[in-house]
Design a protein around this ligand. Structure first.
Ligand SMILES: Cc1cc2nc3c(=O)[nH]c(=O)nc-3n(C[C@H](O)[C@H](O)[C@H](O)COP(=O)(O)OP(=O)(O)OC[C@H]3O[C@@H](n4cnc5c(N)ncnc54)[C@H](O)[C@@H]3O)c2cc1C
Length: 385
């Protein structure tokens, strides 16, 4: 591997993951070309909520990695990189039926086992924290150490003031290899020669890696309201319904399922979502899905009836067949690293995963254990007779 001061890396995809990798590669002295078919944060990163949440993760590697990823946000905030963009706030996991209460309790136990602080909150206390909460809420847990950041703001901050050569409207069509080693990227009719390549192209990674059967687009529609006030978040935490957990834990797999979250933004607005629509990669919103999201949201938090809906939007998550991201070296091509499949967790995991991919591209070990995410699960190594 060339030294970090002479290596040229092509990063495909300027979402939060590619931007993070580009940032940390450039900081280590590498020459970096960042290619995007459109522009920075044009994909899921620019059309998402920003829960930097351990509370929402499946037990196992995702919960563990999210704890590292959230700590990475906190460190970047402390050291100045994410100053003013990452905000600590609680997540409230809320149940509206006895079955949901069991699920929330089980999830709370899993979080506590992973080392997370978890508090049971009775209805009276919750009403003080979230005045107006719906009558159907019968049980809740507070996870006080979560946070929030907007993906497009983080992406912009990661790229600002770096030496990264950002190429907009530059769709990669092929990874070019020679004798088992990466040689560059085909962009339209040109070859961009590179010593190493990172594929961090969200759902656009599928054709580049031959993962069309493995990576699934999962559309999510969301709603943005006007401001409830102008002095910061309107409620004292992020409301996450058990329906969201049920989807994350694989208990509910209905296409079109609404996994409800109500996120109070720093602006005083609410971000409310979202649908989970498999095999949908368009960005349209429709009245019946938006109505279903709002019905659920009004049941959980009736004061939303006072708000104006400013707009709705849709983003496309990239889900893998086994529900885990795909991060690590490509098993067949030296110099090629993959970081995709972050589904609804890439704002949380993205900065750390990008930094980890940068280390791999520089021939270093990542700071966290990525073995559960290894591309070998889906991309087989060459078999020699
Ligand atoms: C509705 C919704 C809500 C969400 N809420 C949260 C949340 O609360 N918390 C959380 O952690 N995550 C959330 N997510 C998930 C998160 O947004 C994604 O996991 C994350 O943004 C993925 O980042 P990425 O960099 O991997 O991909 P993307 O942001 O999709 O970026 C990929 C980039 O690659 C480019 N590209 C594609 N193909 C090519 C090509 N051939 N050549 C060059 N460029 C290419 C695209 O233009 C795009 O800019 C949500 C997602 C959605 C849709």
């Amino acid at each position: 591997m060339a030294s970090s001061t002479s290596i040229h890396v092509a990063v495909i995809g300027a979402g939060i993951v590619g931007a993070s990798a580009a940032h940390f590669l450039a900081a280590a002295g590498a020459r970096v070309t960042l290619l995007d078919a459109s522009g920075p944060a044009a994909g899921a990163t620019g059309a998402s909520d920003g829960a930097v949440s351990v509370a929402s993760k499946r037990p196992g590697p995702m919960m563990d990695l999210a704890r590292h990823a959230r700590a990475f946000y906190a460190r970047c905030e402390r050291e100045g990189l994410f100053r003013g963009l990452f905000h600590r706030r609680s997540t409230f996991l809320v149940a509206r039926t006895a079955v949901e209460a069991d699920l929330v309790a089980q999830h709370g136990a899993d979080l506590a086992r992973a080392g997370e602080r978890v508090f049971e909150v009775d209805r009276a206390t919750l009403l003080e924290r979230v005045p107006g909460l719906g009558a159907s809420v019968c049980a809740a847990l507070e996870i006080p150490d979560d946070g929030h950041a907007l993906g497009y703001e983080i992406t912009e901050r990661l790229l600002r003031g770096t030496s990264v050569d950002i190429r907009r409207s530059a769709p990669a069509s092929e990874i070019v290899t020679q004798a088992g080693r990466v040689a560059g990227v085909a962009v339209r009719d040109d070859l961009l020669a590179a010593d190493a390549v990172l594929v961090a192209a969200g759902i656009g990674s599928a054709p580049l890696l031959g993962l069309g059967d493995i990576l699934i687009p999962r559309k999510g529609q969301m709603v943005v309201t006007d401001r409830a006030g102008s002095a910061g978040p309107a409620i004292d935490g992020h409301l996450m319904a058990a329906s969201y957990l049920a989807a994350k834990r694989g208990i509910v797999r209905d296409n079109g399922h609404i996994g409800l979250v109500i996120d109070p933004l720093m602006t005083g607005q609410f971000l409310i979502g979202g649908s989970r629509e498999d095999h949908r990669s368009d960005h349209t919103t429709d009245a019946s899905t938006i109505a279903a999201i709002l019905r659920e949201a009004l049941d959980l938090y009736p004061p939303l009836a006072q708000r104006r809906v400013l707009r709705s939007f849709a983003g496309v998550r990239t889900a893998s067949r086994d529900g885990l991201p795909i991060v690590g070296p490509h098993p067949r091509h030296d110099g090629l690293v993959v970081a995709t499949g972050f589904e609804g967790d890439g704002i949380c995991l993205g900065p750390l995963m990008g930094a980890s991919a940068a280390r791999l591209l520089l021939g270093q070990s990542p700071d966290v254990d990525l073995s559960a995410l290894a591309p070998e699960r889906f991309l087989r190594a060459e078999v020699h007779a």
